[in-house]
Each structure stands twice: as structure tokens, then as C-alpha cells.
Design a protein around this ligand. Structure first.
Ligand SMILES: *Cc1c(COP(=O)(O)O)cnc(C)c1O
Length: 757
């Protein structure tokens, strides 16, 4: 009996080969076990229980046709083959589409049915698939997905590699790296599921389930890989549909379903692998030798039974002698620090991916739900008002780069917000908005705020002055933040609408100023610091001591002003779902503050931090529900305020720029230099911008989709790349006009003068 076993990589994220060999050795002490590898850098080739080695050239160099023939000869000669690598299993399935009696790996039809993220074959199992979105969607939609899922998301390729992408710039960098490494643009974002990880491993032969075992990870490596686990029987409720799945896919070989069990006991499928897992021998230790069952089914030679030694296993690191005929190779070239892959693939699996892509361009496609039939275009639609506002510009006379004011867009956004506030003001509770001047102090926006019944929300006396200059009265001003006394001498003497104290020191200063007649406000309150969210603002309340200080401070507030509470956590940053969760918790804190301080909260200010779409497209539902929650939990509240900044300002301006030069490189990679730079679009690290080109001939606006072009800023700075992976429309030339929308928030206000001579 001769058994070929591949996938001998034995680093921190190991392949299963060594474990398979150990298990086979127990079941078949006299079999000849041949280790198959594609690199002499893989330490598993030195494992002492291998009888022979079959070392091939790396995948990048192998003649696949000739190698396929050699594998066929080995199988024809009676050798069995157990693959320990997903991509090798796929390649074998492409060489033997109908299988081979001695190839103990799944058929191509089966492999295609376990593709991520839908894993269609597993649909009969009692598991759910975490929400996902194909990266073929526009950046605009991908950003929305990340916000919706609190930035707890994974970017994944069809095989291997998954990266948490907690910020937009990580997302774009990882997307770039993964597409390059795995030769595909088709990746997907998937929501993270919190819980404990567990797996089911199976062994099957020609559609018959030979055995399965359950394993819970009990200790993991920093990469999240199993370091220790406990092994148990698969419950019948899982076993029966699993048996059916094996039958339906005509599965042969090993397999693993990787899952997460959440707090409500629901299982979520992370992925299914077409091979045994690396912890395979852990199950053998527990008396379930699944590789031996597979060989037994294929050969009808009974395996030696192995007794269960323990139901738990752990790993240790062992030094083994290096085989004299395979001395250690020279040290690798210094690793350049790319994202997403490393010495993890010494055998050139990434180039195998590229070659599989050539064999069948769709072999490595991600599998999306069938109702996602109409493929997304990757381009975000421009709202009609954007198109109208851009059309109204006279670009011929315009020096670029230049911000353009989107008049009808801004007007309609303020009007909509005003209408919503009005319609939500019922039952004696008024809903108001304060425009955050800091976000964009453009006078046109402050004026729109005034005309639409907004209050002016200021974080400095300079901003208060701007509001007064535009026509706000002091009693329409909300003053916030740690720098509210700057610049000195500008504090209005008239009564303001509200003042929120950012710290105990700030509160004591406010109390003193009010007592001295230097300051007055209808509402005086505190900003509270959200527990469990890192913030430098507000008064903390997360320990009994800090909470006691807060209560004592609230008791010092003047009694002739109404009391208010302000909290602010950016939903654009913490995520929309998380925001609502925190909102509920805040209301409870507010109830405690009322009870302990004896002061009734009359004004509740929810701060700003909303992404425009989350604020405007929500229409009435969530804000209405929030108002309803406030009404029931804080009976004294007469006014609910929010302080939208970027929700109002971001869509209100765009940045026009011209292309200076187009440089074409290898593999369709293009660098287009523009006259704008990160000095004018500093938020490009944090948010996508909807981009268009104005056709030089027709004036038509053409969307810029995704592709292999990078837009380089004019600055002589390495990181001045204002857009990556875009596609300029056909015929784009130097001199053409590009417009970055969504630049009216912090792009505008935080832009800086740099590199202009
Ligand atoms: C900055 C700021 C806002 C507005 O934040 P956006 O993210 O622009 O919506 C609101 N309130 C306060 C106190 C702020 O400092």
C-alpha cells in the first residue's frame, strides 16, 4: 500500500499533511507513505514518519501537464493520494474531472458547491451564512456595509486569506493586495460573528459519509488557528443533513466545516475546506481516525483500530533532524512586508492560483447567492442634484484644483432635515438640529442652517462669532467642547441656548462664570463619556468613583438653567448598529444621573458623527424610534437635539481637478497624475468619494468605476495617491476634468495649503 500525502507545511498556520501522515501511520503501520511537496522550505518534509519524499518544482515553475501525467501514473500504479491543500485539490479535480479510483479527493462538481461565501452544498445543515457583500459593488456601497456592521468585517478571497478591515484605508490596501496575490478582483466583505469557533471534520468515499467528528477550539494562535481543542461526537441533528450533503456532492476525501457558535447558540458557517483540517490528528487521539477510514473504504483493507487516548488535544513545537539529502536552503530574500501573504506559501500556491485562473477563469470565483443575479456595476449612482449642480459650473474658466459648491444639493439636504425635525416634534417634545460649524464653516452652509431653523453648534468662540455674523441670535447657539473659552473675550453676554461642559474643570469654570454674570444659557449640562468606547471627550462615568464625581458636579450646576446631557459617538466610526446599542445604554445612564443628582434632564443632545446616507436615508424610522425611547425613558425631556456636521456638509461640495499626465505600465496598470492632492482631499483615507469624468468632447459626466488605475496627486510625496484601483473612461486624456464628489465635509475644512508655491 502506497499513499501520497501533500500539504506538509508545518508553520504557525499549518497544512494537514503531517497530521494525516501520523494518523495513517497508526492505521496502516506497514504502508509506504510518500510526502509530496513543492518546496524544500517546508519543514514537514523532515518529519520522520515519512517513508519517501516526492519534491516537485514550485507551482510557479511546474509543467502542469507533465506533472498531471506523473500523478496519473502514480495513481494507475495503485498509489492513493490524499491532498492537504485546497488549491492542489482543485487542480487535481481539474485534471481528473470524473475522479480516479485512487484519488481520495472531491470531484470538481463537489468543490464548486462549497465555494465561499454561500457554500451552497451546506444549505441543508443547521447553520447560517454571515451577511456578505461582493466587492464588485461600488466603494460607496462597500463603505456602507462596513458602517452597518460596525467595521467588524472581514475581507476574504475565494480561498485562503481573510483579513479584518477595521478602517477604510486598511480595506482598500488589503483589497489591492488580495486581488494581486490571488489573481482575482472578486472578493467579498463578510460581517464578523462573535462567538466560539468550532469545526466538523468529515471523511467520505464516493458520496458515503464514513465518519465525522466535532472539535471546539480551546486555544488559538495569534492568527486564530487551532492550538488546542476538544473532540466530541457530531449530534444527530447535524449528522443526518451532513450525510445528505456528502451524498449530494458525491464527496470523496476529507472535509472541514469551520463555524462560529454565537451567544444564542446559533452556528454560523465561516467556510468549508475540501480536505482534512490541520488538527486531524487531534481527532485520531480521541479515537476518530478519519484518514484511516478513508483508506479503508478505498482499499477494503481494515485499518488497525486506535483507542481513544484523550478527548482533548494540544500542540507543542518539536525540533526534528533535517534530512541529510535535503539540507536547509539559503535564507529567503528579506520579506518586503506585503499584506495578506508571507512565507506561508513557500511552494508558490499563489502562482498556482494564477495558473488555475488560466485553466478556468471562473474556477476561483466567489459564489454569491443566486438572487444577486444582476452583477453590480461597481459604480455608485450620482444623485440627480449632484448632476445638476455639476452641470451648473463653468469649468472652462476654472483654475483647478477647485472646490465647487453644490447649491441645490445643499439646499435640499437642509430642507429635508428641517422637515424631518418638524414632523418628529410631537407630544410636547421638540426635535431640533444644530449645524456643526467646525465640520465646514462655509458661510453659505451656516446661512442654510439659519434659514432652515437649525441651531448653530459651535466648539469655539470664533465659531460663535461666525454664527452671529451670519445672523444667528445667541439664543440659537449651542456651545460645546474643551476649547469653548477660546479666543478670550468673545463669550457672548446674552443668554445662549445651551452650553455643555466637557470636563469637571470646564464645569467648574462655567459655574463660576455664570455666578459672576459673565455667561448665561437656557440649558447647562454635561457631555458624558461613553463607557467602553475610547474617547478623550466628556466626563467619564465608567467607574463608581468617576460616576460619583460626575453626580457631585451636576449638583453644582446653576438651578436657574435647565439641565441637559450631551453624548456624541460617531456612528460613522463605531458603526450604525453599535450606535443604537450605545444609545440605549446612554438612556439608562441618564436615568441614573437623574435619580442620583436630583436634576431632571430637559434637553438631550445626541451629538453628530453620522455619515450622510445613514442620517438622511434613514428617513423617519430610527430617529422617530429614538425620540420615542427618550419620551418613555426620560419623562422630563422637552427637546432632543442632534448636531449633524458631515451629514449636511459632505455632499455639499465637490473637488474639480484636471489630469496632468497618464503613465501606462505593465499589465494594464496605469498611473494618472492629477493637479489635486491629499492636501485637498485629506479624507480619502477614511471614506470613498463618488467620482466622475467630464467628457472633453460632449461635456457628459461619466462615472469612474473600478480598475487598475491609480490617481496620483501632484505633490512630490510618496503617499499622495488620492484614489486606487479606479478605471478612467475610454479616451481619457491629459487635460481632462475629474470631479470628486462628497468632499464638502472634512475634506474641505481640513484641506491645507501645500505645494502651491
Ligand atoms: C464635530 C462635532 C459635531 C459634528 O460631527 P460630524 O462628524 O461632522 O457630524 C457635532 N458635535 C460636536 C460637539 C462636534 O465636536
Amino acid at each position: 500500500m502506497k499513499i501520497y500525502v501533500s500539504g506538509l507545511y508545518a508553520g504557525g498556520n499549518p497544512q494537514p499533511g503531517v497530521g494525516i501522515v501520523r494518523s495513517l501511520r497508526q492505521g496502516y503501520p506497514n504502508a509506504t507513505i510518500v510526502g509530496v511537496e513543492y518546496s524544500n522550505r517546508v519543514s514537514g518534509i523532515h518529519f520522520g514518519k515519512l517513508d519517501e519524499l516526492w519534491i516537485q518544482r514550485p507551482w510557479s515553475e511546474l509543467d502542469l501537464d507533465a506533472y498531471g501525467e506523473k500523478v496519473r501514473e502514480a495513481l494507475d500504479a495503485g498509489g492513493l493520494w490524499i491532498s492537504g491543500s485546497d488549491l492542489e485539490a482543485m487542480w487535481l479535480a481539474s485534471v481528473f474531472p470524473d475522479g480516479h479510483p485512487n484519488l481520495l479527493a472531491p470531484p470538481m462538481s463537489g468543490i464548486k458547491r462549497i465555494t465561499k461565501p454561500v457554500v451552497e452544498a451546506a444549505s441543508g445543515l443547521p447553520i447560517k451564512i454571515p451577511t456578505y457583500l461582493s466587492t464588485e459593488h461600488s466603494d460607496w456601497d462597500l463603505h456602507a456595509f462596513c458602517r452597518e456592521h460596525n467595521w467588524r468585517v472581514w475581507l476574504k478571497g475565494p480561498y485562503y486569506d481573510a483579513s479584518r478591515t477595521p478602517t477604510w484605508d486598511t480595506f482598500t490596501a488589503v483589497r489591492n493586495a488580495l486581488s494581486k496575490v490571488w489573481s482575482t478582483e472578486k472578493l467579498f466583505l463578510q460581517a464578523h460573528v462573535s462567538g466560539y469557533e468550532e469545526s466538523v471534520m468529515l471523511s467520505a468515499f464516493r458520496g458515503e459519509l464514513l465518519g465525522a467528528v466535532s472539535m471546539r477550539k480551546r486555544d488559538i494562535t495569534t492568527e486564530g488557528k487551532t492550538w488546542a481543542g476538544d473532540v466530541s461526537e457530531v449530534p444527530a441533528s447535524f449528522m443526518e443533513p451532513l450525510r445528505q450533503m456528502v451524498r449530494d456532492t458525491n464527496w470523496t476525501g476529507g472535509g472541514e466545516l469551520e463555524m462560529v457558535r454565537d451567544a444564542s447558540d446559533q452556528l454560523w458557517l465561516i467556510e468549508m475546506n475540501p480536505r482534512f483540517p490541520a488538527w486531524v490528528h487531534g481527532a485520531t487521539i480521541a479515537g476518530h481516525n478519519l484518514p484511516a477510514l478513508l483508506v479503508q473504504a478505498a482499499t477494503r483493507v481494515a485499518a488497525q483500530p486506535v483507542p481513544a487516548v484523550a478527548s482533548e488535544f494540544t500542540r507543542i513545537v518539536l525540533e526534528v533532524p533535517v534530512r541529510p539529502d535535503y539540507p536547509l536552503p539559503p535564507l529567503p530574500e528579506p520579506f518586503a512586508g506585503a499584506v495578506g501573504h508571507s512565507m506561508k506559501h513557500p511552494s508558490g500556491l499563489t502562482s498556482l492560483a494564477a495558473r488555475l485562473h488560466e485553466i478556468d477563469p471562473h474556477m476561483l470565483d466567489v459564489a454569491l447567492a443566486p438572487d444577486a443575479a444582476a452583477p453590480p456595476s461597481g459604480v455608485a449612482e450620482l444623485p440627480d442634484t449632484f448632476v445638476a449642480d455639476i452641470a451648473a459650473q463653468d469649468f472652462d474658466a476654472m483654475q483647478t484644483p477647485q472646490y465647487i459648491y453644490m447649491d441645490t444639493t445643499a439646499t435640499s439636504l437642509f430642507k429635508r432635515a428641517a422637515d424631518r425635525a418638524h414632523s418628529l416634534s410631537t407630544n410636547g417634545v421638540e426635535v431640533i438640529s444644530g449645524y456643526s460649524i467646525k465640520t465646514n464653516p462655509d458661510k453659505r452652509l451656516i446661512k442654510l442652517a439659519l434659514d432652515n431653523g437649525f441651531y448653530a453648534e459651535a466648539i469655539s468662540l470664533g465659531e460663535v462669532q461666525s454664527a452671529l455674523e451670519v445672523g444667528f441670535r445667541p439664543d440659537q447657539v449651542i456651545l460645546n467642547g474643551p476649547g469653548k473659552w477660546w479666543p478670550e473675550g468673545l463669550m457672548p453676554r446674552e443668554t445662549m441656548h445651551a452650553v455643555f461642559c466637557d470636563s469637571i474643570a470646564d464645569l467648574d469654570r462655567v459655574v463660576a462664570a455664570v455666578a459672576a454674570g459673565d455667561m448665561s444659557a437656557k440649558h447647562i449640562g454635561v457631555r458624558i463619556r461613553t463607557p467602553n468606547i475610547t474617547s478623550r471627550f466628556g466626563i467619564p462615568l465608567d467607574s463608581p468613583t468617576t460616576f460619583a464625581k460626575l453626580i457631585a458636579a451636576v449638583k453644582r450646576l446653576p438651578n436657574d438653567s435647565a439641565f441637559g446631557v450631551h453624548f456624541h459617538m460617531a456612528s460613522s466610526h463605531v458603526g450604525v448598529a453599535q450606535w443604537w446599542h450605545l444609545f440605549e445604554s446612554m438612556l439608562r445612564w441618564c436615568q441614573s444621573i437623574e435619580k442620583l443628582s436630583g436634576r431632571t434632564i430637559e434637553m438631550l443632545d445626541m451629538g453628530g458623527g453620522w455619515y450622510p446616507d445613514d442620517w438622511h436615508e434613514d428617513q423617519i424610522s430610527k430617529i422617530a424610534r429614538a425620540a420615542e425611547r427618550v419620551r418613555t425613558m426620560l419623562l422630563g425631556v422637552r427637546q432632543i437635539a442632534s448636531e449633524p456636521g458631515k451629514a449636511m456638509a459632505q455632499p455639499s461640495m465637490a473637488l474639480a481637478m484636471r489630469i496632468l499626465e497618464i503613465q501606462e505600465h505593465e499589465d494594464d496598470y496605469i498611473e494618472a497624475v492629477v493637479d489635486a492632492s491629499i492636501a485637498e482631499i485629506p479624507m480619502h483615507f477614511w471614506q470613498p468619494h463618488r467620482m466622475v469624468r467630464q467628457c472633453a468632447e460632449t461635456g457628459e459626466l461619466q462615472p469612474i468605476g473600478r480598475g487598475k488605475t491609480h490617481l496620483m496627486g501632484r505633490l512630490c510625496m510618496e503617499h499622495d495617491i488620492i484614489a486606487s484601483n479606479v478605471q478612467l473612461p475610454e479616451g481619457t486624456r491629459a487635460g481632462d476634468l475629474l470631479i470628486f464628489c462628497d468632499a464638502g465635509g472634512y475634506d474641505r475644512s481640513m484641506s491645507y495649503v501645500f505645494g502651491r508655491g
